[in-house]
Design a protein around this ligand. Structure first.
Ligand code: GDP
Length: 321
């Protein structure tokens, strides 16, 4: 469908943001409020367990949202993914199927499903275009999560093809920002580094140990930019093919550690633990499709790390999660 033919969400429309307590969902709620959307429906995990089909069915039958942003997921870094393969697959697959299916059953006008750049093959061409999906094997360290995310995006596509729905999906690169998870073992690399360098500075430690070789290349997107892209896609994109969301810029994990050390103010030595996994060697998204649609990120990495570090310092309980 051409950009001009797509109707934007009405300001008074009822919008359900699944996963509003998480880093991505909370950023989407911030972006919606900023754009003047007021009728936002949310449920905490305690109020609604998205893995329970009957509860999700009741919720949708009662609320009947016009639009859904599916940002709920069980997420974690390279170690968490490796240690809890079965949980990552079951929780993500179940909640995705429940939410997408019930949204369709109650006639939801449009749904945006959020995936991850790990859906693409380990040895995909770099930067990775949307078209390389399912062309070869996945990276083993996050295979379970990737398979669940691929199922979610394919289910949206199949509903569109079988029933003519307008359910779209976006694949963001590695994300970071306010509300991140700073668990020392289970988090992603950026929040893990913010916490480790901060603690080393406070304790006056002379060195910090980071994982792997430092050579893998990664791309990072500030979560408020992702939320902006999600609203943009909801209002301006329709189609079965997913859309990559990133900056198109990458750096090595070693360069990232140096940047985080600089922002945090840690001046000691950085060492490497080769017993920890490197994961996929390179993971850069081809963002030309999104650029053609007319969207570009705003927050540069150093500024984003500065904002995230402020959020971490202002919320000491972040380190408790
Ligand atoms: P990935 O992008 O799916 O591989 O997930 P992560 O964000 O967990 O890891 C990215 C890269 O950062 C990998 O090469 C890790 O080995 C490296 N890394 C270095 N130090 C850390 C750390 O303290 N925590 C995590 N999660 N990764 C680290």
């Amino acid at each position: 469908m051409e950009k001009g033919q797509i109707t934007e969400m009405e300001k008074e429309a009822k919008i359900y943001v699944a996963g509003h307590r998480g880093m991505v969902g909370s950023a989407i709620v911030r972006a919606l409020l900023k754009e003047g959307y007021q009728n936002i429906v949310t449920r905490t995990h305690k109020e609604l367990n998205l893995c329970r089909q009957a509860d999700v069915e009741d919720f949708f039958a009662q609320e009947r949202p016009d639009y859904v942003f599916l940002a709920a997921a069980k997420v974690g870094g390279i170690m968490a993914n490796q240690e809890a393969l079965a949980d990552f697959m079951y929780d993500n697959m179940t909640l995705e199927m429940n939410v997408i299916h019930e949204a369709w059953k109650c006639g939801c006008k449009k749904l945006l499903f959020l995936g991850s750049s790990c859906i693409y093959p380990r040895m995909a061409p770099q930067p990775m275009p949307e078209s390389c999906l399912l062309t070869s094997e996945l990276e083993k360290t996050n295979e379970a999560y990737a398979l669940a995310k691929i199922s979610g995006l394919k289910y949206c596509e199949f509903l569109n093809r079988q029933y003519g729905t307008d359910y779209i999906s976006a694949m963001p690169t590695n994300l970071y920002g306010p509300n991140d998870n700073y668990h020392p073992l289970h988090s992603h690399v950026l929040p893990a580094l913010i916490r480790r360098f901060h603690e080393a500075k406070v304790e006056g430690a002379g060195e910090v140990v980071c994982w792997g070789s430092g050579t893998p290349l990664r791309e990072f997107l500030y979560v408020d930019d992702l939320a902006d892209a999600c609203l943009f896609l909801m209002n301006h994109y329709s189609g079965n093919e997913t859309v990559n969301v990133g900056t198109g810029k990458e750096l090595t994990i070693r360069e990232l550690t140096e940047l985080v050390a600089k922002v945090v103010g840690f001046t000691g030595e950085i060492k490497w633990d080769p017993t920890k996994p490197d994961g996929t060697p390179r993971k850069l998204l081809d963002v030309s499709k999104l650029a053609q649609l007319g969207w570009k990120y705003r927050v540069e990495l150093e500024e984003g790390i500065r904002l995230s570090y402020e959020d971490f310092c202002n919320n000491p309980m972040r380190a408790e999660r």
